[in-house]
Design a binder for this molecule. Structure first.
Ligand code: NAP
Length: 366
């Protein structure tokens, strides 16, 4: 056998062997993709956000994953529906033991601080809806359309931003990229659904003339108050400070000046926000409309001649953020007024959290 023939035979074997390895790898990946079943725990599954979370998980194709619903000890053993099946609620400790791939938390800051690190130690990725981890510089605070890229393979706790921040930054992100925001003056009109089940119950009972446990210090029906969260020493409320800090973190710009007043209103469909935006750079109104129309997840609803503007009534149960009353502020240069409305239980909580779960599944778990 000549060296030429020998080389040809070895080369042929090498090609065949490489092709076989590639085929096996692809088959393996294909098989894994087809059969991959995640384990998802939902902590706070019985709550207002937990209920919408179940709906959104089902709508977005998570109905066949292994589902582990957990809440407080009060709910252990209770039956709960998800994707047409009945599940029995377990304790958070049992959910941790099950070592799910992902645990979505909507149970308040206390349980998040206590249990999220325990899930993380088991290798579970926690997506947390409370404010417990949002200001931690080592924890990503994520709105997938804006900064989904900040999630790393090693991140075990990911924070879902505050509802009023999510809807606002969805509208602001494309404008900040183009004109750079200098200052925001925000007034919110926040739905009672933002305070949980007890608050919705208070509004409904007051409307029916019945007595009830109160989530707020005052009657909310036929009323509103400039009070969301608790008051801090500087006179602002915790809900107002979230708008300051979270906006800066998500838009990756600590120089943005923000002042906010949060009001609670007797509304159930979503939060509304009047946002006055001062930019460093001049803008054209036509281009502002174009940028907002091109932002995924944002819908421009602005036709004053026909009384079309965003309202909680229309935003309820929708995943999109609605923007209208888009107009120049004549009182000073380079300043814009916006009216932003979103369902705080959907994009403001459940939808955003499930979008984060999708990112993690597609990038790191499949
Ligand atoms: P909610 O209706 O009052 O529900 C609270 C949930 O937390 C229930 O499932 C409750 O379980 C569970 N829970 C309470 N204590 C617990 C404990 N020690 N261990 C485990 N689970 C416990 O409140 P929500 O409106 O759904 O809000 C839940 C979380 O989401 C809060 O952190 C809130 O800040 C955040 N969030 C809410 C919104 C919103 O628009 N509502 C938006 C963004 C984020 P039981 O039924 O057993 O008591």
């Amino acid at each position: 056998m000549t060296p030429k023939i020998l080389f040809f035979i070895i080369f042929k074997f090498y090609i065949l062997f490489s092709a076989k390895i590639l085929l096996l790898q692809n088959q393996n990946q294909f098989f894994r993709k087809k059969t991959f079943k995640m384990k998802i725990a939902l902590v706070g599954a019985t709550g207002l956000v937990g209920g919408v979370m179940r709906k959104v998980l089902e709508e977005r194709g998570f109905g066949n994953e292994k589902f582990i619903p957990a809440a407080s000890v009060r709910s252990v053993g209770r039956q709960i529906e998800f994707a047409g099946k009945t599940y029995t609620m377990v304790s958070v400790e049992d959910a941790i033991e099950a070592a799910p791939d992902i645990a979505i938390f909507s149970a308040g800051s206390g349980p998040s601080l206590q249990y999220a690190p325990q899930f993380a130690a088991k290798g579970t990725v926690v997506i947390d809806n409370s404010s417990a981890w949002r200001s931690d510089p080592n924890i990503p605070l994520v709105v997938p359309e804006i900064n989904g890229d900040v999630i790393k393979a090693t991140d075990k706790i990911i924070a879902n931003p505050n509802c009023s921040t999510i809807q606002m930054v969805m509208a602001l992100c494309p404008l900040h990229k183009q004109y750079k925001i200098k200052r925001l003056v925000i007034s919110t009109y926040q739905s009672v659904t933002g305070t949980g089940m007890k608050a919705v119950n208070q509004l409904m009972k007051e409307r029916a003339g019945e007595s009830c446990d109160k989530a707020y210090p005052y009657q909310i029906d036929m009323n509103l108050f400039p009070h969301g969260g608790t008051f801090e020493d500087n006179g602002y409320t915790t809900e107002e400070i979230k708008l300051v800090n979270e906006t800066r973190k998500i838009l990756r710009d600590n120089d943005i000046q923000v002042t906010a007043t949060v009001a609670r209103v007797p509304v159930t469909g979503g939060h509304a926000e009047a946002v006055n935006v001062e930019f460093y750079n001049e803008f054209e109104l036509d281009e502002v409309f174009e940028l907002l129309r091109n932002m995924p997840g944002v819908v421009v609803q602005d036709d004053p001649a026909h009384n079309i503007y965003p309202m909680p009534l229309w935003a309820k149960d929708k995943d999109e953020v609605f923007v209208g009353r888009i107009r120049r502020d004549f009182s000073q240069p380079r300043t814009l007024n916006l009216w932003v409305v979103g369902d705080n239980l959907r994009k403001g909580a459940a939808t955003n959290a499930v979008q984060i779960a999708e990112l993690i599944r597609d990038k790191y778990l499949k």
